[in-house]
Design a protein around this ligand. Structure first.
Ligand code: NAD
Length: 260
């Protein structure tokens, strides 16, 4: 358990990639702060599961990360556990529409959650990490931090920007013992993706395999989804001492998508 005594804050960890990262960090003994929306009883179940796995503390913050004051309160909550040692900026959202039809409020939401929230968590957590001479920041970016797709302009802009933020902060923190990196997954198998399959099968008259390979995985040469556990394993590796020289990197995990 190499993370005993460390505290990890994982944003957007009530489902999908964030929950898998929280589980991986807890399995190595870290205190974990969960964050995100969802069913209260289900979240309490995750919290107790994590505390049992780590033998340490597991807390939950309901902070809405589009609000700077809520982020400040969440970082304050982490102070009770000695402050944030590992920060995983993972919460994110998507909306699909052509740019000239894109609702301005959706632009504001996507930029606030996918980008500005990370600015706030980093600026608030970094002083404590620097004081300890150790810290790990992992940002869930996307293949869309490197390449674009139509009808996703705000998402693509936010993910390119988080990769830029990562590089700039890496240079500022290079001698401090803190590393900051992005993980850029392609399509990840989450319930969000799974739920789209039956409707697409019906709408387009396709089989399940055709929807997976020709629609969802059209851009992913392996024709396989990335799994949340694969992303979490890379996140965990970045927290190891052996990863101390990896900083400012944008690590693709996209089945070859951005190699094409
Ligand atoms: P998900 O929908 O399963 O998880 C999103 C999480 O963010 C949830 O816990 C949700 O409650 C939380 N959240 C939403 N709005 C919030 C808010 N205002 N404040 C706080 N929390 C909020 O999605 P996921 O697929 O696990 O995505 C996680 C990250 O991975 C996102 O940044 C996403 O852009 C990125 N990503 C996903 C994929 C994919 O194919 N699933 C691919 C590349 C990148």
């Amino acid at each position: 358990m190499f993370l005993k005594g460390k505290t990890a804050l994982v944003t957007g960890s009530t489902s999908g990639i964030g929950l898998a990262c929280a589980r991986a960090l807890a399995a190595e003994g870290a205190n974990v702060i969960l964050n995100g929306f969802g069913d209260a009883a289900e979240i309490e179940g995750f919290r107790t599961e994590l505390a049992e796995a780590s033998g340490a503390e597991a807390r939950y913050s309901a902070a809405d990360l589009t609000k700077a004051d809520a982020i400040e309160a969440m970082i304050g909550q982490a102070e009770e556990l000695g402050g944030v040692d590992i920060l995983v900026n993972n919460a994110g959202t998507q909306h699909v529409a052509p740019i000239d039809e894109f609702p301005p409020e959706k632009w504001d939401l996507i930029l606030a959650l996918n980008l500005s929230a990370a600015f706030h968590t980093v600026r608030l957590a970094l002083p404590g990490m620097k004081a300890k001479g150790w810290g790990r920041i992992v940002n869930t970016a996307s293949a869309h931090s490197l390449v674009a797709s139509p009808n996703k302009a705000p998402y693509v802009a936010s993910k390119h920007a988080i990769a830029g933020l990562t590089k700039a902060v890496a240079l500022e923190t290079a001698t401090s013992g803190v590393t900051i990196n992005c993980i850029s997954p392609g399509y990840v198998w989450t319930t969000l993706v799974e739920n789209q399959i039956p409707d697409t099968m019906k709408a387009r008259g396709l089989t399940r395999e055709q929807v997976m390979n020709d629609v969802l995985l059209a851009a992913q040469p392996t024709k396989k989804f990335v799994t949340v556990d694969e992303v979490a394993a890379l996140c965990l590796f970045l927290c190891r001492d052996e990863a101390r020289s990896i900083t400012g990197a944008n690590l693709s995990m996209d089945g070859g998508w951005t190699a094409a």
